[in-house]
Design a protein around this ligand. Structure first.
Ligand SMILES: C[S@@+](CC[C@H](N)C(=O)[O-])C[C@H]1O[C@@H](n2cnc3c(N)ncnc32)[C@H](O)[C@@H]1O
Length: 491
C-alpha cells in the first residue's frame, strides 16, 4: 500500500482511503454551490450559530455541522454517513476524535471554489504556534491579483494550506510549494490529494532554501508579513525587524525568476519618520534586473494596525500590556505608519528597469489578474515613452470598462452640467472627475489610430485651429494610461 499524505501531523494512509473520502463528499454534494444554497443568505463563518440552528439531520447538514461549524455530532449519525469507511480510519488520520457517543472534527474542512480544503480550527481561538490558516483576506487578494497565463514552473513560497498552489495547478504545469511549517505542508499535501491534484512538489524549509539554484516562470507569495514585536504565530510573525522579511522575500523572488518571469507578493511595509517610503521601496529594487510595480492598498497608523492584529486573539485587552508593547515597538523603531500593498515584478535583464507606485484603496473583489497584466504593460509602455513626441505616435484604446456619468444641477430654471465622472468598472476600479472636452477626446482613442491622429480628427470636427492646447493634454493621457483608462495597443 502506498503511503500518501500520512506523516506525524495527519492524513490518510492510502490513496484508496482518500478516494473514498472524495466519493463520500461527492455523494452528499459537499461542494461550494450546494452548501451556499443550503446556508444562504447567511455567510460562513460569521454566522456559525445561526447556520447551526438552520441545519437538520440530512447527511449534508451533518457534514456541514461537523466539518465547517466544528460542532459535536452523534457518532451513529456520522458513522452511517461515512459507510463503507469506518470512523477509526478518520481517527487514525487525525481528522476526527470520538468521545463516548459524540464525534468532533480536529480540522476544518470546507469547500472553496471547486476545492475542498482542510485548515486548522479557528473558532476556539488560535492556540498553536504552527496554526494553519484558511483563505484569509490577504490570501484572497493574492488569488485575485494572480496572473493566470499558462506557465511551465511556478513557485508558491509559504504555501500554508496550499491554496495558491492548488489554484495554480490549472495554469502551471509544474509547481513547487514550500513552507517552514511542517504542519502546513502536511495540510497542503492532504488538500492536494483530496482534490486529485498531482502536479505540486511540496517541500519543507526556510524561505528559498528548498529551491536553491532553481528558477521559475512565476512566483507567488503571501508571506508572514505582519510587523510586530512578537514571535507568536508562524503564519503571522517572521522574527525580523520592521519590514526586513518582506524585503528578503522580494529579493529572493527577483533571484529565482526566469527572464520574463512574473513575481507577485503581498505584504506590509513601514513608513519611517523623516524618510520617504517611496524612495525606500525604490531602493529595494535597485540592481535586481526587475521591472517593479507596487500597488499600495491601505495605510494604517501604528494604533489602528496594532488594534487590528492584536484582536486576532480571543479576549485581547486593547488597553493591556500586549497592545502597549506593539505601540512602543513602533515608536522605538521610528515607524509612523504601515502600508499594505501588492508587488508585481518582472525579470527583465535588458534595458533600463523601471519602478512605479500606484494607489488603489478600493476593495479587490474578483479576479483582476488579466487587468494587472494589462496595467503592468501600461506602466512598462510609459517607461519606454518618456518623450511627448513618442507618445504622439502611440496607439491607444479606451478601456471597455470605462463609464461616464454626468451630474447636472438646476440653475436659473435650467439644467447646468455640474461634473462629469469617469469610472473604470473592470479590474482595479478607478474614478475621477474630468472635463467634458477630455471626455469627448477620449472617444477618438479607438485602438487603431495614433494619439496624433486622434488630435487631428478631434480638431477637425470641433473646429480647433490651434492644436497646442491639445498637446497640453499629453500629461492627462499619460495619467490615463497609468490608471488603466487608456490601454496601449502594441503591434
Ligand atoms: C500568511 S500565511 C499564508 C499562507 C498561504 N500562502 C495563504 O495565502 O493562505 C504565511 C505562510 O508562510 C509560512 N512561513 C512562515 N515563515 C516562513 C519562512 N521563513 N519560510 C517559508 N515559509 C514561512 C507560514 O508557515 C505560513 O504558512
Amino acid at each position: 500500500m502506498t503511503t500518501l499524505v500520512k506523516n506525524h501531523v495527519f492524513g490518510f494512509e492510502t490513496t484508496q482511503q482518500v478516494e473514498s473520502v472524495r466519493q463520500l463528499f461527492a455523494k452528499h454534494r459537499f461542494n461550494h454551490p450546494t452548501i451556499l444554497k443550503r446556508i444562504e443568505p447567511l455567510s460562513y463563518p460569521e454566522h456559525r450559530s445561526v447556520i447551526a440552528e438552520k441545519l437538520g439531520d440530512a447527511p449534508l447538514d451533518v457534514l456541514i455541522r461537523l466539518f465547517m461549524l466544528q460542532l459535536e455530532c452523534q457518532v451513529d449519525d456520522v458513522a452511517a454517513i461515512f459507510e463503507p469507511m469506518h470512523l477509526e480510519e478518520w481517527q487514525d488520520a487525525g481528522v476526527l476524535e470520538v468521545h463516548g457517543d459524540t464525534v468532533k472534527a480536529m480540522v476544518v474542512l470546507y469547500p472553496l471554489y471547486g476545492l475542498i480544503v482542510a485548515i486548522d480550527n479557528y473558532f476556539d481561538g488560535l492556540e498553536r504556534e504552527d496554526h494553519v490558516t484558511g483563505f484569509s483576506g490577504t490570501a484572497r487578494i493574492l488569488a485575485n491579483i494572480t496572473m493566470r497565463d499558462p506557465v511551465d514552473r511556478l513557485l508558491d513560497v509559504g504555501t500554508g494550506c496550499g491554496i495558491h498552489a492548488l489554484f495554480a495547478s490549472k495554469h502551471a504545469k509544474e509547481i513547487v510549494a514550500t513552507d517552514l511549517n511542517e504542519r502546513a505542508i502536511a495540510f497542503a499535501k492532504f488538500n492536494a490529494a483530496l482534490n486529485g491534484v498531482t502536479n505540486i512538489d511540496f517541500r519543507v524549509g526556510n524561505l528559498f532554501e528548498p529551491v536553491a539554484g532553481e528558477t521559475f516562470d512565476q512566483i507567488v507569495c503571501n508571506p508572514p508579513f505582519v510587523i510586530s514585536p512578537q514571535s507568536e504565530y508562524l503564519f503571522r510573525d517572521n522574527g525580523m525587524d520592521g519590514d526586513q522579511f518582506l524585503q528578503t522575500i522580494l529579493q529572493g523572488v527577483t533571484e529565482h525568476l526566469n527572464e520574463g518571469g512574473i513575481g507577485q507578493v503581498i505584504g506590509d511595509w513601514v513608513h519611517l519618520k523623516d524618510q520617504s517610503w517611496k524612495e525606500r521601496l525604490a531602493q529595494w529594487f535597485e540592481g535586481t534586473d526587475c521591472d517593479s510595480w507596487v500597488i499600495r492598498h491601505q495605510t494604517k497608523t501604528p494604533e489602528a494596525y496594532s488594534k487590528f492584529w492584536c484582536s486576532d486573539k480571543v479576549d485581547v485587552d486593547l488597553n493591556g500590556q500586549e497592545f502597549q508593547n506593539w505601540l512602543s515597538y513602533f515608536s522605538q523603531k521610528n515607524i509612523e505608519a504601515i502600508s499594505l500593498g501588492f508587488f508585481t515584478l518582472r525579470k527583465c535583464t535588458s534595458g533600463q528597469n523601471w519602478f512605479r507606485i500606484y494607489d488603489h484603496s478600493e476593495p479587490i473583489t474578483g479576479s483582476v489578474g488579466d487587468d494587472i497584466k494589462r496595467r503592468f504593460e501600461g506602466q512598462h509602455y510609459l517607461s519606454q515613452k518618456p518623450v511627448d513626441l513618442e507618445l504622439l505616435q502611440a496607439v491607444l484604446m479606451l478601456s471597455p470598462g470605462a463609464k461616464l456619468t454626468k451630474q447636472s444641477k438646476v440653475n436659473n430654471d435650467r439644467w447646468e452640467l455640474e461634473n462629469v465622472t469617469l469610472r473604470l468598472t473592470q479590474g482595479l476600479a478607478y474614478t475621477c472627475n474630468i472635463d467634458q472636452n477630455i471626455a469627448n477626446l477620449l472617444l477618438y482613442f479607438d485602438g487603431k489610430h495614433t494619439v496624433q491622429d486622434a488630435f487631428n480628427a478631434y480638431s477637425l470636427e470641433n473646429n480647433i485651429q490651434n492644436q497646442e492646447s491639445l498637446q497640453g493634454n499629453l500629461q492627462t493621457i499619460r495619467s490615463f494610461i497609468h490608471f488603466g483608462i487608456l490601454i496601449p495597443v502594441v503591434s
